[in-house]
Unconditional design. Structure first.
Length: 407
C-alpha cells in the first residue's frame, strides 16, 4: 500500500516550528509494510488543503494528515476532508459528552468553538486521543483511507502507537511484519552502502538506509505468513551486516546509548565524570536524562576557557605547548576530571563547534579524551560545521567510545 503524509500549518511553512511529525510517521510506516510516496506541507487554508487532499487521493491508498484539528478558525482539516468527500459534518453526541467531561475534569471553560472537535462525517469514526481534546478521524471511502491526527507530537505519537497502528495492521489479513534496526556510527552513509551493497537488492527482507545525527541506521523489514517466520528472515541478514560493519555497530532496535552506558556503570558499581568544552554541557545532560544516573555519574564541568580548564586540573604547559584543541589536552581533561571527581572514568571534550576555524584548525575538528582506571585514549573527529550538530555528534561519539573502552 502507498501512503502520503500531509502536514498542516502556516507556522511550519514560515519556519516558526519544525515539522517532526512527518519524519516520525515516515520512519514508522515502513515497519507495517506501508510505503511513503510523498510528504507535503500545506498552509492553514481550506482551498489549498482541499486541493492537496485531492491530489493525494489520486496517487495514494492512505493519506495521513497532521495538525489542523484544534478549535480555532484556522484549524480546517475536518472541513477540507468533508469538502473533498462531499459529506456534511455533524456533531456526534457521544463525542460531545466525552469532550465536555474532559473540560470539566481539567476545570476549563469550554467555548462554543470547541464544538467542532466533536464533529464527524458519515464516512468517519473518531480516533481516541488520551491526552488532548482533539480526537482524530479515521475515514474510509472509495477504497481510500484518510487518517487525521493532531499536531502536538506527544498526542500524535500516543495515538499512532495505541490506536492507529492496530487499525492499520488489520489491513494485512494474511501477512505478519517483522522489523529490525541496526545503528552504526563512524562511517558515512555512502561507505556503508558500498560495503553491504548486495544486501540492498533483497526484496524480502527489504533493507533501507538513512542518516541521523546519532549515526547511520539500517532498517530491515520482513514479511511472512506469521511473526516467527518473518523474524527468521531477518536473522541471516543481521548476521551479514554484523560481519561487515561489526566495530561500527553500537546498537539495535530501541537501544539508546545513554541507557547502555548507564547500565554498564551501574552493573560494575563504578563511576563517571565529564569535563566539557565544545559540547557545552550536552554530554552531562544526555547522561542525566537516564533515570538512576545519580548512582554512577558524579558530575560534570563545562570548562569553556583555558583558565577554567587550568583551574580544574588541566596542565597549563600542555595548553601552551599543544594548544587547547589538541589530543594531548583532551586526554588530560579526562584524566583531570577523574582526579577532581574521584571517579573510575572520565571524558574530556575539546574542539570547534562554531563556523570559523581557530588558529588554523578547521571548523568541526574535535578531540575526545577517555580515561578509565588508568587507561586512556583519544579520538579525533571531523564533523559538519553546524554548532548543534557538532555538539550532538560529539556527545554520541563520547558515549560510544566510553562503551568501547569498557568492553
Amino acid at each position: 500500500m502507498l501512503s502520503e503524509i500531509v502536514s498542516i500549518g502556516t507556522e511550519i511553512l514560515m519556519g516558526e516550528i519544525v515539522d517532526t511529525n512527518s519524519g516520525y510517521l515516515a520512519s514508522k510506516l515502513p515497519e507495517i509494510d506501508i510505503e511513503v510516496k510523498a510528504i507535503s506541507v500545506i498552509a492553514d487554508d481550506r482551498e489549498s488543503l482541499s486541493n492537496a487532499l485531492i491530489k493525494a487521493l489520486d496517487r495514494s491508498d492512505i493519506i495521513i494528515t497532521t495538525g489542523g484539528l484544534g478549535p480555532t478558525s484556522d484549524d480546517l482539516t475536518r472541513e477540507a476532508i468533508s469538502d473533498v468527500l462531499k459529506e456534511k459534518m455533524t456533531i456526534d453526541k457521544s463525542m460531545l459528552v466525552h469532550l465536555k467531561k474532559i473540560f470539566k475534569h481539567r476545570q476549563l471553560f469550554m467555548s462554543s468553538h470547541n464544538l467542532k472537535q466533536a464533529t464527524l462525517i458519515p464516512s468517519a469514526k473518531p480516533i481516541h486521543n488520551a491526552i488532548g481534546t482533539a480526537p482524530g478521524w479515521w475515514v474510509e471511502k472509495d477504497q481510500h483511507i484518510i487518517i487525521a491526527l493532531p499536531g502536538p507530537p506527544a498526542e500524535l505519537k500516543l495515538m499512532w502507537l495505541n490506536e492507529v497502528v492496530p487499525m492499520l495492521l488489520k489491513l494485512h489479513k494474511d501477512t505478519s511484519i517483522a522489523t529490525m534496526t541496526i545503528k552504526t556510527f563512524g562511517l558515512p552513509e555512502a561507505t556503508i552502502s558500498e560495503m553491504i551493497a548486495p544486501l540492498f537488492k533483497s526484496e524480502n527482507p527489504y533493507l533501507g538506509i538513512y542518516a541521523r545525527p546519532d549515526g547511520v541506521f539500517l532498517r530491515a523489514i520482513a514479511k511472512a505468513p506469521n511473526k516467527l517466520a518473518a523474524q527468521m528472515l531477518l536473522s541471516p541478514l543481521q548476521q551479514e551486516i554484523e560481519s561487515s560493519l561489526g566495530p561500527n555497530i553500537w546498537g539495535t532496535n530501541e537501544d539508546i546509548l545513554e541507557e547502555r552506558i548507564s547500565a554498564i556503570f551501574r552493573d560494575r558499581s563504578e563511576t563517571l565524570s565529564t569535563m566539557e568544552s565544545f559540547t557545552g554541557g550536552a554530554l552531562a545532560s544526555a547522561i542525566t536524562d537516564v533515570s538512576g544516573s545519580s548512582n554512577f555519574f558524579k558530575g560534570g564541568l563545562v570548562t569553556y576557557t583555558d583558565e577554567s580548564k587550568i583551574n580544574h586540573g588541566v596542565d597549563k604547559k600542555l595548553i601552551e605547548q599543544y594548544g587547547t584543541i589538541s589530543p594531548e589536552v583532551a586526554e588530560n581533561m579526562a584524566v583531570s576530571i577523574c582526579k577532581h571527581m574521584q571517579t573510575n572514568a572520565g571524558i574530556g571534550t575539546t574542539g570547534i563547534a562554531g563556523s570559523e576555524s581557530v588558529h588554523g584548525i578547521a571548523r568541526g575538528t574535535t578531540y575526545i579524551g577517555i580515561a578509565y582506571n588508568g587507561h586512556t585514549k583519544v579520538i579525533n573527529g571531523h564533523f559538519p560545521s553546524n554548532r548543534a550538530l557538532v555538539k550532538r555528534r560529539g556527545v554520541i561519539q563520547s558515549l560510544l567510545e566510553m562503551i568501547r573502552m569498557l568492553a
